[in-house]
Design a binder for this molecule. Structure first.
Ligand code: ARG
Length: 460
């Protein structure tokens, strides 16, 4: 195919460079956005009298036909084309003749590619948000089911205080909820229409930029042509949101991997979401979690890659920026695979209430409550902490739990202990009494779930 810009050149591009610079292998997925954007541009050109109505109609009809063929899987993409924009324009001109050559009036590939990627990024944000909402709904449901499922909470991966599984799951709810907000922000960042920026300095044609924004449902138009063609912040917003989301997924995966181990044994993954070993017949591996944890690295890489591509670029457009797409698509594709797999894996995982409870009773998770009990009897917290610590030390030496100590033994450590200590340090009371906002008490968590469902309904 002759290059649309061949006029200035005395000989064809070297095959090596052709191959090196072509983006069509990866930017062909922008075709839908490219054609839709061109239809809007041509419509506006016709309305403004910049091209004739007849040419505008021909262009729009030709583009619609290309899109219909593409959607039907009947469009053969020319892999020799430089990029998707050149491919569509050349194909259109081949089909409708001279009118096709007028499509690019008042436009540059620099603002065209910015438009296409912004349109694609908006769709990507909406898709990811939809997937996140599914996960959030599941988390709210599971948390409700497990609002009374007592388990050990950890710090330093050492047993800390009793919580509930519902409370633990709602901690993830908060993280993924913030992820939704981040993707909403990434959507807004992408939702600015750059066409009319031209190559870098706008154009002399009387374009109606607001009209193009209206046709393509953009909230606003870019305010500076140089920025319009140079800005890839919106992709970095997407990639940052993607990286943080993957980090959250990865932490959750790490916990599920731990919980599935024989040592914890508190989560049993469904057979449909675990894999076996080719040599060890007993194995049931949490591959979905491991892979998600692993893929977090590539999404971070996508973010760092694009940040690095952008850091030294002088204004305005530079071809380096063509590298934005693979990073963006890779992160997007990774999330689109990870989220539904993770959600279904979580939905089908069975949490062992008995083991969670048993495990919560080990490791002195009620030692804080024992100290708090003394504080309730008027003992200063520091002294109470010391008494509790010495009782824990005694129990460790004697291989007992705090609830196994007799009242005499407790009184020997501090005279303020009474019979009611045993209910005060039961796992149930440790959890139920933490009913302040943000606490693990079942009623508090159920309230939080209620508020969360209202939030979900407002963000669907
Ligand atoms: N394929 C290019 C990209 O993805 C399109 C813009 C090319 N513009 C240019 N002036 N060469 O960035």
């Amino acid at each position: 195919m002759t290059k649309l810009w061949a006029g200035r050149f005395a000989k064809p591009t070297d095959a090596l460079l052709d191959d090196f610079q072509s983006s069509i292998p990866f930017d062909q997925r922008l075709l839908r956005c490219d054609v839709t954007g061109s239809i809007a541009h041509a419509t506006m050109l016709g309305e403004q009298g910049i091209i004739s109505d007849e040419d505008a109609e021909k262009i729009v009809a030709g583009l619609k036909e290309i899109l219909a063929q593409y959607d039907a899987g009947q469009l053969e993409i020319d892999m020799g084309a430089e990029d998707v924009h050149m491919f569509v324009e050349a194909l259109l001109t081949e089909r409708i003749g001279d009118a096709g050559k007028r499509l690019h009036t008042g436009r540059s590939r620099n603002d065209q590619v910015a438009l296409d990627v912004r349109m694609y990024a908006r769709e990507a944000c909406t898709t990811v948000k939809g997937l996140l909402l599914k996960l959030l709904n599941l988390l709210a449901d599971l948390a409700e089911d497990h609002s009374q499922t007592i388990m050990a909470g950890y710090t330093h991966l050492q047993k800390a205080q009793p919580v509930t599984l519902g409370f633990h799951l709602m901690a993830y709810f908060q993280m993924f909820k913030r992820d939704v907000v981040r993707f909403e922000h990434a959507f807004e960042a992408a939702d600015v229409m750059p066409l009319g920026s031209g190559a870098l300095a706008g154009t002399t044609y009387p374009l109606n930029r607001a009209r193009v924004a209206e046709i393509l449902d953009f909230s606003e138009v870019t305010d500076n042509a140089m920025d319009g063609v140079s800005d890839r912040d919106f992709l970095l917003d997407f990639l940052s949101a993607a990286s943080i989301l993957m980090m959250h997924l990865s932490r959750f995966c790490e916990e599920l991997i731990l919980w599935s181990s024989t040592e914890f044994g508190t989560a049993i993954m469904d057979d449909g979401f675990a894999t076996g070993s080719s040599i060890m017949p007993q194995k049931k591996n949490p591959d979905a979690c491991e892979l998600t944890r692993g893929k977090t690295g590539r999404v971070y890489g996508d973010l760092m890659g694009l940040l690095t591509v952008m850091k030294g670029l002088p204004l305005a457009y530079n071809k380096d920026m063509q590298e934005d797409k693979e990073a963006f698509f890779d992160a997007y594709d990774t999330i689109v695979k990870c989220l539904p797999t993770f959600t279904e894996m979580l939905r089908t995982t069975n949490f062992r209430k008995d083991k969670l409870y048993e495990s919560a009773g080990l490791g002195f998770t009620n030692a804080t409550d024992l100290a708090d009990y003394l504080v309730g009897k008027g003992v200063p917290f520091r002294d109470a902490h010391h008494v509790s610590g010495s009782l824990v030390g005694k129990c460790v030496r004697e291989n007992r739990a705090l609830v196994d100590l007799t009242l005499d033994e407790l009184k020997a450590a501090h005279p303020a202990f009474e019979e009611d200590i045993y209910t005060a340090i039961s796992l149930e009371s440790c959890v139920n009494r933490r009913k302040l906002i943000g606490g693990p008490a079942p009623e508090t968590v159920l309230n939080s779930i209620r508020r969360s469902r209202v939030w979900l309904a407002a963000h669907e």
